[in-house]
Design a protein around this ligand. Sequence first.
Ligand SMILES: C[S@@+](CC[C@H](N)C(=O)[O-])C[C@H]1O[C@@H](n2cnc3c(N)ncnc32)[C@H](O)[C@@H]1O
Length: 220
Amino acid sequence: MAKLQQAIHLNPVFEDFGIKQYVETGTGGILDSHGENSLLQVSQLDDPDLKMHSIEILQRIYDEAVKYFDNNSNVIMHHGNSHEELPKVIEELNEDPALFFFDAHFPDSYRDNMNREIINDDPDYIKIPLEGELRILSEKRDISRDIIVIDDIRIYRDGPYENGNFENKKEHGGENLDFVEELLDESHVIVESYLQEGYLICFPIDTDVEELRKYVVGAE
Ligand SMILES: C[S@@+](CC[C@H](N)C(=O)[O-])C[C@H]1O[C@@H](n2cnc3c(N)ncnc32)[C@H](O)[C@@H]1O
């Protein structure tokens, strides 16, 4: 499973862009992540002013995170699907720059004895919620100073990804990523990374393109 720190270098990004709010859809497991869970890594940046919100649909994973971060009042967990919870989280944000990590998809998918991914037949707004999440965000917030990182773009289009194309794309994937360009093209520089399962990393439009090397994993 791909992680935020495999897309961007956390320290320079959070420091240079003055990120004081982190919002993630899809918490994922913490205890089985060998320390690599993205929320866990962000929480270790050790910035007392950084508020972190994470939205998770599965009760078991939500409960685990609540328990894990019991002593860290800067981590706020939200239980439910991202389309219902994201608008409420956006209401709670202030004007400080935020980093959004969109990583929610296929709740409770698992693998069969051939190691093929089995995906439950949830409606698309739960199964592949990205387009709705981005539409909610761009309607409800001035995102011009925010960074948006999108994981698993191979769900939407084929490409030379480090971990290959998505074998279930025809049945369970999205059609394309045109909505990202539609919603972010004027406000953001969009960088595509083929590492892991593919990322789109969207920086505020006035970011110096030469500087991006410092921030994007693999671009150094
Ligand atoms: C790939 S994992 C997240 C990994 C984590 N962000 C990390 O980088 O360490 C995806 C998570 O999204 C959750 N999820 C799937 N669909 C969701 C939805 N519609 N709303 C909220 N959470 C969802 C899944 O239950 C799973 O825990």
